[in-house]
Ligand binder design. Sequence first.
Ligand SMILES: Cc1cc2nc3c(=O)[nH]c(=O)nc-3n(C[C@H](O)[C@H](O)[C@H](O)COP(=O)(O)OP(=O)(O)OC[C@H]3O[C@@H](n4cnc5c(N)ncnc54)[C@H](O)[C@@H]3O)c2cc1C
Length: 379
Amino acid sequence: MNYSFWEKYFIESPADVTIIGSGIVGLSTAISIKESRPDISVKIIERGAMPYGASTKNAGFSCFGSVSELLDDIKNMGEEACMDVVRMRWRGLQKLKKRVGEQSLEYDHCGGSELFRSKDILLKESCLDGLEKCNRLIKTHLGLDDCYSLKKNNTLKGFDEVSILNQYEGTINPVSMMNELIRKAINIGVIIMNGIHITEIDQVKKVLNAYNNIKINYENLIVCTNGFAARLIPDLPVMPARNQVLMTSHLKNLHLSSGYHLDKGYIYFRQYNGRILLGGGRNMDEKTETTDEFGNTELIQHYLKDILETIYPGASGQIEHWWSGILGVGNSKYPIVQWLDDHLLVGVRLGGMGVAIGSHLGEKLANEMLTNMDKNNRS
Ligand SMILES: Cc1cc2nc3c(=O)[nH]c(=O)nc-3n(C[C@H](O)[C@H](O)[C@H](O)COP(=O)(O)OP(=O)(O)OC[C@H]3O[C@@H](n4cnc5c(N)ncnc54)[C@H](O)[C@@H]3O)c2cc1C
């Protein structure tokens, strides 16, 4: 790379707040900082020509949890913690809709349905047993009535007749969402620097080392690199988890009435402009899929193709595109918000519902950072 003096000076000089990663969290954090303090300079460093993480590669479900996910999370984390996270997702979704607007999100309020295969009989029974409990919890914590209801599935023949509808979910176009966030951020003065890949954070010198011998000084740093965070900060309890996705070409007479989840959310599919988007299944090969390398594997592709045939016989011959994205996961579904030193804050581990939680987390990171900067200025 042949940077001029002017370019190098511009790239390397510090802003008041530097953010690594222009996914939904990095952008939301930057926007929240600028909205409350327009005088503070904010710079986002992004390795890709455009955001190159999960935020532009996801499935576009605007969701906060199916019955099987909630019951599973209650078992693993306890009721209070589970509902804390559900509340964050719900708040995040409201913030996102307000900030970006339903039209710019291409929001479709189609609901989210949980389906069951014949081998999911026990899961189905536990969901039916737990449905009313989940409705009570959602009413108590989100104030929403009758969130989950039984719905007869008579279109998707390969699945049980019983499905469970979450009437408050929908779908979006993730790239439309991100484009609008980028536009908003730039409009209020956030500087976004693309094509700069940070290789090391030097906390002592407060310098970010990047490829091409770039050294960016920082005053205050927020790391929003989610599933890639361990590359820069190896000790964080966040692991990458790859998700593989397919999109078919246009299919005749396709009428999927909502977004769909099965197998506790490990599998998801939806309709987009007459095509089927289907993804997930990392639990089939957890070891291989614990990676931050993009890619597709025969095992998962085969598994997803089988499910695709169940949804729409013949569709596995009409797959137009495969891709993958990287989640940040861990032993808890709480996102990590952690100070590593007085000038370095981390906001990662968004899990599988980061579209929902991202705007809420951005606001939290912004508040944390502004409070800390005020404290440092006073002392
Ligand atoms: C296939 C898939 C489907 C999903 N479906 C859904 C869904 O339907 N609904 C939902 O709510 N959530 C979904 N998610 C989860 C959601 O997309 C993520 O939780 C969310 O996008 C995370 O946002 P983020 O900003 O934290 O991370 P990311 O979007 O991953 O952003 C991190 C950014 O940091 C940049 N970066 C990383 N390392 C460096 C570095 N060293 N230097 C410079 N830049 C760097 C990356 O290029 C990237 O742009 C899905 C995820 C995947 C992978």
